[in-house]
Write a protein of this length. Structure first.
Lengths: 532, 335
């Protein structure tokens, strides 16, 4: 042991450590390597941080730090009265990035916009399939039901694009702010196609975003430089570096040591250490997520709302959250959507802890045994399904219900869990995509989601009518009212036990300014500055 | 000698077939599949699931999928990653030098400390040094890499600030790979500060990865040395009045090294296994971290081809060790 230390010391003596990064270089310790740099083809948050939020821009953008929509590449847009036609007016003079692998000869125009979407669904487009990359699945484009809603994209003139829908769908605008809707360069695509280097499109990205791609060393470092031609003005930092650091403890040590400026996702156990350190700030926000437990509402006695309410009442939610999230904390969920999202109904309260009342109802209903599902994976909205299951099991035992814990590995878990005939209570959760309430209500509890992501197999006519109507209405005030009502129905019917919205954290060094937590869970570096 | 070599090579073939079967079967025995893993929280509709299965070729009978895999691998086609869409062999070639560099350093570290420590312990058999060393070796051998790595980071990088936390080189250095070994490349470019940075980044992962081989080598050297020290020819050498260092260094050590060389060869697989955890903790861009990522993504193609490539390397190293063994020990050749 002593020898080892001596050896380490000797090596160290021989080496003088290099200085820290330059003044205007911002280093972000990211949690994983990006699959590639084409945001249409990937699904992970870390993929998007490294591609769409740095290199690319979209027609519309989410307000920095919020879920509201603001102009992006489109300065303004009109929606026809029937909600079917969207006309976007592009910002004039937007330049694609000039790099050592591409020199644009023209500004962004309608062709680029049409191409960016066409490639994701049109089988005739050479960029849709094998010719570009093997086994392309365009997961988000299909996942957000775009093929169902989009009738066509048309170029009206160089700076005007028209989108026609098959039926009114208000969340469409929010969809267009999502990562998969990033606008790519058709000129660059054409050039690569001619050169026979189509795969480069996913490894050497060209966009109109705040930073341009410089280099990627596989699994190690991604380098970007500020885009000098960025249409919203050049960024204050000159260089942006992603240092890929998968281990959470190592990531935090790197920020504390000054090897990086910002790091996401600290371990809850490290939160105390971080708070005690004077060089860094711990930023937090209620995440755009929900951890919940779906009852199968088609199998008696769980088909009765009063039984579901009783099971909810039997759970000591405050203790559950405290034990599960510990120092990291979480916001108890009153509604399916988190309070940071528009249309959250402040008057709705979820079931209060009342084991005595629960006991009677459950005895009358004859519920003695129930399956309680748990998986092995750590999720943002539930750090430990197994532990949660054990705590709920103990609470239910107190009201005379014996819970049998059913465990599977994560992928198998969801596969089994979504089956219509799956019995009992199934722990699951959701992280929002586009900040639209529809993305929670319809994705998780629409009748059409049964067998896909409606784990309660719950199809309630009142609820369904409200959310479908809200989906077809363009007026946000009107939509807000409809979703507020939907939350009332949800609370009355209790198809699920709503647990909590977890806190999301980032550790930021004190000399960094302008960094904002994002409710959508993305990490953006536009507007960030760093003091000497 | 040639016959010995041919014999060894023929024996490699059934192992190779076994490995293809294992690599193919293991990743499929894991619950979940790549399509569901890609879909994330969204899930995927049953119709779309079937469609994707067909696109990826997972609707074919399992034996047919295996046949395709073996056919492709035999012709040097290791497939394209399901998640990154890049050719597996390309990623492997990019990442492998990092693993070799780390493993070489770990092995040098283990040998430089392990062999002298083993010799010394054998010579001073029963002393407090021997007892202490063997105790420490046992601790080292049972050290959980994950815990050990984090402990060193927190102490040396966090508390003392002596070493960088993780990564391969300081971020200010921009070394375009020539050989892929950063210590070598930085010297080829003549960048001394980059070389120092690369070296300082190697310190902790080298210690962590080298700990288990160090313990094994120390113990093996000690026991081999003890055996040899009891041999007649050592006693003869001593009786001739040779100096103690000459007896140990020349007569005993050369013979004791035979089993040690084998041990070192076998440690290559330990190093590759240890690399998986070490690379993950230290954000070391090698094949270990790459395999872990691929398993969690159920990237069948990367896992089965990556395992095969790693197995080929381990077998090649073992073959080389067998040959070396024959060179050091002529008795083997005759057998």
């Amino acid at each position: 042991m002593k020898k080892k230390l001596t050896f380490a010391a000797a090596l160290l003596a021989a080496s003088v450590l290099g200085g820290v990064a330059n003044a205007k270089t911002l280093v972000y310790c990211s949690e994983a390597s990006p699959a590639n740099f084409d945001p249409g083809t990937t699904t992970g948050g870390n993929d998007f941080d490294a591609s769409s939020r740095t290199v690319y821009s979209r027609l519309v953008e989410f307000k920095h730090g919020g879920t509201e929509i603001e102009p992006g590449l489109a300065d303004k847009w009109e929606i026809s009265d029937d909600g079917l036609v969207y006309t976007f007016h592009l910002h004039p003079g937007v330049k694609f990035q000039t790099t050592d692998f591409f020199k644009p000869t023209r500004d962004l125009n309608a062709d680029d916009v049409v191409f960016s979407f066409d490639r994701q669904f049109n089988k005739e487009n050479p960029w849709n399939g094998e010719k570009y990359l093997p086994n392309l699945t365009w997961d988000y484009y299909t996942g957000m039901d775009m093929p169902k809603y989009v009738a066509k994209w048309e170029k009206v003139d160089d700076l005007t694009v028209k989108l026609t829908l098959t039926e009114p769908n208000a969340p469409m605008l929010a969809n267009l702010g999502m990562d998969f809707a990033s606008i790519v360069s058709k000129e660059y695509a054409d050039q690569l196609e001619k050169e026979g280097k189509m795969a480069d499109f996913s490894t050497k990205p060209i966009g109109t975003g705040p930073f341009q791609f410089v280099d990627y060393q596989l699994d190690s470092v991604i380098r970007y430089a500020a885009n000098p031609d960025y249409f919203k003005g050049k960024e204050k930092i000159d260089d942006l570096v992603f240092a890929i650091t998968p281990d959470a403890t190592a990531r935090i040590q790197k920020v504390l040591a000054g090897e990086c400026d910002i790091a996401p996702y600290p371990n809850p156990a490290d939160i105390g250490t971080i708070k005690a350190n004077a060089d860094v700030t711990l930023m937090d926000q209620a995440g755009l997520n929900i951890g919940y437990m779906s009852y199968n509402t088609t199998i008696p006695p769980l088909d009765k709302p009063e039984v579901r309410h009783a099971l909810n009442q039997a759970i000591d939610r405050a203790s559950l959250i405290k034990s599960l999230f510990q120092d990291a904390g979480a916001t108890p969920a009153e509604n399916l959507i988190p309070p940071t999202m528009w249309s959250w109904n402040k008057d709705v309260k979820s079931d209060a802890y009342d084991p005595e009342a629960a006991k009677k109802v459950l005895a009358d209903a004859g519920l003695k045994e129930i399956q309680l599902w748990a998986s092995d994976r750590v999720r943002p909205y539930n750090p430990n399904f197994q532990r949660a299951a054990e705590l709920i099991q103990a609470d239910w035992a107190k009201v005379g219900v014996k819970a049998e814990i059913v465990s599977y590995e994560w992928t198998k878990y969801r596969e089994e869990g979504k089956k219509k005939e799956r019995p009992g209570a199934f722990q699951i959760g959701w992280t929002g995509d586009n900040g639209d309430p529809d993305n929670f209500f319809a994705t998780l509890f629409a009748c059409s989601a049964i067998g896909v992501s409606n784990y309660s197999s719950w199809c309630d006519k009142d609820f369904e009518d409200l959310i479908q109507k809200a989906k077809k209405t363009s007026d946000q005030a009107e939509r807000t009212k409809l979703y507020e009502q939907a939350q009332v129905v949800f609370a009355k019917q209790a198809p699920a036990f709503l647990m909590a919205h977890s806190q999301v954290y980032a550790v930021v060094r004190k000399n960094v300014s302008g960094y904002m937590m994002d409710p959508l869970g993305i990490h953006r570096f536009d507007g960030v500055d760093k003091a000497e | 000698m040639l016959r010995y070599l041919l014999n060894k090579i023929v024996l490699v073939l059934p192992t190779l077939i076994g490995i293809t079967i294992c690599a193919f079967a293991f990743v499929r025995l894991l619950p979940g599949d790549p399509i569901l893993a890609m879909a994330g929280e969204h899930g995927v509709s049953p119709a779309r699931y079937e469609e994707l299965k067909e696109q990826f070729g997972y609707n074919l009978p399992i034996w047919q999928q295996y046949a395709h895999y073996v056919r492709d691998a035999a012709t040097g086609n290791f497939g394209v990653s399901i998640s990154s869409k890049r050719p597996v062999i390309e990623d492997f070639m990019t990442l492998f030098p990092a693993t070799i560099e780390l493993s070489v350093f770990a092995m040098i570290f283990a040998m430089l400390l392990g062999i002298p420590a083993g010799i010394f312990a054998a010579v001073k058999r029963g002393s407090w040094f021997d007892q202490g060393l063997m105790g420490t070796a046992l601790v080292g051998y049972s050290m959980p890499i994950f815990w050990w790595g984090l402990l060193l980071i927190i102490f040396f990088s966090g508390y003392l600030g002596w070493t960088p936390v993780s990564g391969r080189i300081g971020l200010q250095f921009f070394i375009k790979p020539i050989t892929g070994f950063l210590t070598l490349d930085s010297l080829l470019y003549g960048k001394w500060d980059a070389f120092r940075s690369a070296l300082s980044h190697l310190v902790l992962p080298t210690i962590v990865l080298g700990t288990i081989p160090l313990a094994v080598i120390a113990r093996q050297t000690r026991s081999a040395m003890l055996e040899v020290l009891g041999e007649d020819y050592v006693r003869t050498a001593r009786a001739k009045g040779l100096s103690s260092s000459r007896v140990i260094g020349v007569h005993a050590l050369r013979n004791a090294l035979i089993p040690v060389v084998t041990t070192i060869g076998l440690q290559v697989s330990t190093l590759l296994a240890g690399a998986i955890l070490t690379e993950t903790i230290f954000a070391w861009p090698g094949i270990g971290k790459w395999m872990v990522d691929s398993i969690s993504k159920r990237d069948y193609v990367v896992v089965q081809s990556g395992l095969l490539l790693i197995a080929l390397i381990v077998m090649a190293v073992n073959l080389i060790v067998d040959v070396l063994y024959a060179v050091i020990n002529p008795r083997i050749r005759a057998a």
